[in-house]
Design a protein around this ligand. Structure first.
Ligand code: FE2
Length: 396
């Protein structure tokens, strides 16, 4: 059977022009049983379009693991590691993750209680809520009216020791019905976005880069982010911004001396822009919550210094300055017209290019709204590639 492509179902809020090359529904193949040739095709489509949607899929955890692994055959452990260590228990990710016993690389995530699910007699799931993570909360009254927030914009990545997965697969097994909700940005812009209940929101990292003004593009191709050791433990006592796009600078992060043991060489320093291995495009890929320092290279020889920021390079260690600069570069790309909020149906399988976009959990469920998803991503066998010297010359 030949692979057919259809547009993803963009909502009326989305700027269709900006999504021309983002997201496709893939038809005509069974993603659990792809031939080698189909797999090669799907592989390239993923890097080209960022999000691939398969509808009405039957996929075992074993098949999901195999499909995920096919994008990086020598990867093996879950993106955040398979071993439940002390460090993970203190991490803010800990309550969100439950492992499928047969296939520990596949996580069961969702909301409410599910019974007899893939070897789990009973699993209590909790949809992450902004109320436990953001500095400010939507009032109970507004929540009742369906007002909500983006929980946390992120890349699926441990950002310490392990390398960011290339692809994440999300498979919707149980999807509760419920009224649509409205994401309020609450950052003084008045921005709002109407979304389906429990949507997963995606923004393109390529668009994030493309829409920057020249001086910030220059910074983006010259910059590298140093992440904290054990970033999810480090950020656990701190609170997020109302947009879910980073952390408030209140000095609440866990001091390095109180973190679980860590080693300097396991700390991650990544370029701000990552080069798409199939299209060659640059994607702005920063997990704003874990970022701690910024290294900025000087302008390359011959580049115009007019209007340039940090023309001679810099090493920024002031947390607020680092965060403010990243926010200035990333916030434009989460504007309502640039967000794809996926409207989940049962048996949807979404594959996304984890090194080419940011995504966020959204919304609030009631206890009796049961949802079960299978999620898989694998710590990669390599590090993301940054811009080439030609890219730096072009944009710096
Ligand atoms: Fe995620």
């Amino acid at each position: 059977m030949a692979i057919e492509l259809a547009p993803i179902p963009l909502p009326p809020t989305a700027d269709a022009h900006k999504f021309k090359d983002f997201g496709r529904e893939v038809k005509g193949v069974n993603p659990g049983e792809l031939s080698e040739e189909e797999l090669r095709e799907v592989h390239d489509l993923l890097y080209k379009y960022g999000v691939l949607l398969f509808r009405n899929v039957n996929l075992t955890p074993e098949q999901q693991y195999a499909l995920t692994k096919a994008f990086d055959p020598s990867s093996e452990s879950y993106g955040h590691g398979n071993n439940k260590t002390q460090a993970e228990k203190k991490s803010i990710l800990h309550p969100d993750l439950k492992t499928i016993p047969r296939v520990p690389q596949v996580q069961l995530i969702g909301n409410g209680t599910v019974y007899n699910h893939e070897g789990l007699a009973e699993a209590m799931l909790k949809h992450p809520s902004h109320t436990t993570f953001h500095k400010t909360q939507v009032s109970a009254e507004d929540t009742e009216k369906g007002i909500t927030r983006f929980y946390r914009w992120h890349i699926d990545a441990a950002l310490y020791n392990l390398s960011p997965p290339r692809v994440t697969t999300l498979y919707a097994k149980i999807v509760p019905q419920g009224a649509r909700q409205t994401v309020r940005y609450d950052d003084g812009t008045g921005d709002e976005l109407e979304v389906p209940l429990g949507t997963t929101a995606f923004v393109s990292g390529k668009t994030m880069f493309d829409i920057l003004p020249r001086e910030l593009k220059s910074l983006a191709v010259r910059g590298r982010v140093k992440y904290s050791p054990h970033p999810y433990v480090w950020m656990a006592p701190a609170h997020a911004l109302p947009t879910g796009l980073g952390i408030m600078s209140e000095g609440l992060e866990m001091p390095e001396t109180e973190l679980p043991p860590w080693e300097e060489e396991k700390i991650k320093v990544y370029p701000i822009t990552w080069k798409n291995p199939v299209t060659g495009e640059l994607h702005f890929q920063v997990h704003p919550c874990g970022a701690k320092e910024l290294f900025i290279d000087p302008l390359p020889a011959g580049a115009s210094r007019e209007g340039a920021l940090f023309p001679d390079g810099a090493h920024l260690t002031d947390l607020k300055e680092v965060r403010d600069l990243l926010y200035k570069m990333q916030r434009p790309a989460i504007a309502p017209p640039l967000v794809y909020p996926h409207d989940w149906r049962e048996n949807d399988l979404v594959l996304f290019h984890n090194r080419g976009l940011l995504h966020s959990v959204v919304g609030a469920f009631k206890k009796d709204q049961v949802r079960a998803f299978h999620q898989c991503n694998l710590a990669a066998s390599d590090e993301p590639a940054g811009p080439t010297p030609e890219d730096v010359r072009e944009y710096a």
